[in-house]
Design a protein around this ligand. Structure first.
Ligand code: 3PY
Length: 254
């Protein structure tokens, strides 16, 4: 059975005490709600990760994630954070390839392939983001864009390593815009992603790959999105900053 995940992406929000309060509220509300193959992951800014990991310790299904990591294991990279450092404070997941990193920090598939390798070498599970821009969708290139992102950044992995990834489909036109892909649009792409994974790694790996939807997912649209056959949860932006909204999305699974 593949994992069902609701992951929050706080982005560059919440100072230290705000982050602790938000995470504690979420933890208290979800710790008895998340069962079996379900997981909740909170991807917070670096300053929070050590404290949040300590709070999450002892829960079975609540994990902490980072939003980025450097591609090298260590060295003279002033201001950067390595995957080994993240692992040393109890982090389990790392978001890679978010469209904001691609857009504002020039991250491309080649760099993201390196980051993916380094994360896996340090036993961190990438939540690997892919998705097309509005112009690419309008010119009917969305399937090709997704195919290329997957192939160039992840299909060099062995089947065993690929199985450790979580894929997040985040159409760029739905990020921070309040516009959500319809459940049919999202399902169509998720099914396509699964078929690409099946063509590369076989049906069993594809069947076990968790594919999240991200992009203005909120308590009002999560149930319909998560009910789709190939949507295994969400990567939640703005709604992860309010404990009640985030927990309502988590409860959608029950
Ligand atoms: C959003 O929903 O805006 C996101 O970018 C989630 O990662």
């Amino acid at each position: 059975m593949r994992k069902k995940i609701v992951a929050g992406n706080w982005k560059m929000n919440k100072d230290y005490s705000e982050g602790l309060s938000l995470f504690s509220e979420v933890l208290n509300m979800v710790k008895d709600e998340v069962r079996g193959e379900q997981q909740v992951v909170v991807c917070a800014p670096y300053i929070h990760l050590h404290s949040l990991s300590a709070l999450a310790k002892g829960t079975n299904n609540v994990f902490v994630g980072a939003q980025n990591a450097h591609q090298e294991a260590s060295g003279a990279y002033t201001g950067e954070i390595s995957t080994g450092m993240l692992k040393s404070v109890g982090v389990e997941y790392v978001i890679l390839g978010h469209s904001e990193r691609r857009q504002y920090f020039g991250e491309n598939n080649e760099l993201l392939a390196k980051k993916t390798n380094t994360a896996l070498a340090n036993d961190l599970k990438p939540i690997f983001c892919i998705g097309e821009t509005l112009a690419e969708r309008e010119s009917n290139q969305h399937f090709d864009v997704i195919k290329t992102q997957l192939a160039e950044a992840t299909f060099h992995l062995s089947a065993e390593d690929f199985s450790k990834l979580v894929i997040a489909y985040e159409p760029v036109w739905a990020i921070g815009t309040g516009v959500t892909a319809s459940s049919a649009q999202a399902q169509e792409i998720h099914a396509f992603i699964r078929s690409e994974v099946a063509a590369k790694y076989g049906a069993e790996v594809a069947e076990n790959t968790t594919i999240l939807y991200g992009g203005s997912c909120n308590p009002g649209n999560a149930a319909e999105l998560f009910a789709q056959k190939d949507i295994d949860g969400g990567l939640i932006g703005g709604a992860s900053l309010k404990s009640r909204d985030f927990v309502d999305i988590v409860k959608t699974f029950n």
